[in-house]
Design a protein around this ligand. Structure first.
Ligand code: 4AD
Ligand code: MG
Length: 478
């Protein structure tokens, strides 16, 4: 038997009159003669031509949508349109049957909602094949970007005893029988008897540990899962999402913005290059979806144009204060005002405000800096005005916030004072404060929400469709 070749490699080569073996899953079987076989290496199927008169009828019956096959045959110029070659089958082996009465994926268009319910099988559709190949390339490009620049990939813990963002949205980790945990004499749950001898939770961010690494290794990045028990049922939130968190010693907020903008452009450009076919497919898919919509709701740019536009333009940089001034003067369109009126300086921006700035006002990615300290985390460096911190959020069209970061407060007295004001227990973060005691230096970092990046690059509308097994309220099926 010849060696197995992946379908992508086969279709890319022009060689005919050779024998090959392909393995994959049946997408369709037409007229008992043409099998469209796919192995996930590309959305393009290879057509297998079956000599049905000389093929065992029992075998033909087992070639059904979803079945796994191994096919050996001769590569010949294609009979059909759209592809250069076919395989004339010499030997077909059914490796795994698929009962056509029960197989949930039919050769027709299924809704994304339906496919979410069969997330274990949705990889077998063109849309999800394309999404997860793009996701894969983006992961690789992220490592490539940082590795080329001498950053150290640091693995920060999944189980921690701190809540880096201080938002109280953590999942607890315990080995107690939760129906009957040991209690202290006063009736409180006695965490001293728990596995780690204290209350622990799944990490919401690797930043605090990342900072410790940067205070010796200079430049580090994390890339791992993070967990938030926010009960937000939106198309932009997951309870388990992947985050990329670089942390750089001897860097300020401007360095931070530059690295973030370079990173985003690098990985988008990498995916456009590496996954051109898949992104073209997703772009086409969106255009077809768009045709069903009324004219005024259609996208101004195709996905491909949108990505290219993002690469060709500098991100707009402005302060929170400047953004508030713009928003106060604006009404999104003639009839409608903002659902949440812009209250004025000091309040957090709603996603409709962020999207207005990006999609209507500047019409390009925006980096907002210098937010009021009250709406940002304790570790952000306080500006000289006493009111704002050196924070930066990057806002993307169609997404809203994709990056959140800041220069960090390296001055021990200022940091302790802020922790006291907000009520963050200093004794629990003694190790974090130590880096401010021993060789503190200016440093900065940010967090890029990986799924929000994948959403942007694939043009998908719901974050649940860009992670293989989404975790959200009332859902952890697969
Ligand atoms: O803005 P966030 O909360 O920032 C941090 O966690 C910082 N510690 C990062 C740092 O400075 N090292 O989260 C960072 C990014 C957001 O901009 C967003 O893209 C994404 O993480 N994100 C989520 N993505 C999906 N689902 C959620 N529930 C998310 N929450 C945040
Ligand atoms: Mg944020």
């Amino acid at each position: 038997m010849s060696q197995r070749i992946k379908i992508k490699a086969l279709l890319e080569s022009d060689e005919t009159n050779i024998d090959v073996t392909v393995k994959g899953w049946v997408r369709t079987f037409r007229n008992n003669q043409f099998i469209a076989l796919n192995d996930g290496s590309t959305n393009n199927n290879v057509q297998i031509v079956v000599d049905f008169e000389n093929t065992d009828a029992a075998l033909l019956k087992r070639i059904t949508t979803g079945a796994a096959l191994s096919v050996t045959g001769t590569v010949v110029p294609s009979l059909g349109k759209g592809q250069k070659i076919d395989i004339k089958a010499k030997e077909i082996e059914v490796l795994g049957d698929s009962d056509p009465e029960k197989y949930p994926l039919q050769p027709k268009k299924h809704s994304l909602e339906f496919l979410r319910e069969i997330a274990h099988l949705r990889f077998r559709t063109n849309t999800f094949g394309a999404i997860f190949r793009v996701r894969n390339s983006l992961s690789f490009a992220i490592h490539q970007f940082f590795q080329d620049r001498g950053f150290v990939y640091l693995h920060t813990p999944v189980i921690t005893a701190s809540d880096a963002e201080g938002a109280g949205e953590t999942f607890h980790v315990t080995n107690f029988d939760i129906a009957n945990p040991p209690r202290t004499e006063s009736g409180e749950v006695d965490y001293k008897q728990d596995f780690f001898g204290r209350a622990t939770n799944l990490t919401v961010s690797g930043q605090l540990e990342g900072e410790l690494g940067a205070m010796a290794l200079s430049d580090i990045y994390t890339f791992g899962p993070t967990f938030r028990a926010e009960n937000s049922n939106t198309t932009r939130h997951l309870a388990e999402f992947w985050m990329i968190e670089p942390e750089m010693a001897f860097a300020d907020i401007t360095d931070n913005m530059n690295v973030a903008e370079d990173l985003l452009k690098y990985v988008i450009s990498y995916a456009l290059d590496k996954n051109k076919e898949d992104i073209e497919f997703l772009s086409q898919r969106l255009q077809e979806e768009d045709k069903q919509k009324p004219q005024n709701e259609r996208q101004e740019m195709t996905l491909l144009e949108k990505l290219q536009f993002c690469l060709d333009n500098n991100f707009e940089r402005l302060t929170y204060t400047e953004a508030i001034d713009i928003l106060k003067e604006s009404t999104p369109n003639k009839k409608k005002k903002f659902q949440y009126p812009v209250e004025g300086w000091g309040t957090d921006l709603q996603s409709e405000h962020e999207r207005y700035l990006v999609e209507k006002h500047f019409k390009k990615p925006v980096i907002l800096t210098d937010y009021p300290k009250e709406i940002k985390s304790f570790y952000m460096r306080q500006n000289d005005d006493g009111k704002t911190v050196a924070a930066m959020d990057i806002l993307f069209p169609g997404i809203g916030e994709i990056v959140g970061g800041s220069q960090r407060e390296e001055r021990l007295d200022k940091l302790e004072q802020r922790m006291d004001e907000i009520g963050i227990p200093k004794d629990e973060l003694w190790w974090y404060l130590d880096t401010r005691r021993f060789g503190a230096c200016p440093h900065a970092g940010f967090g890029l929400g990986f799924e929000r990046l994948v959403l942007f690059v694939t043009g998908m509308g719901n974050i649940r469709d860009v992670i293989p097994f989404p975790r959200f309220p009332k859902n952890a099926e697969f």
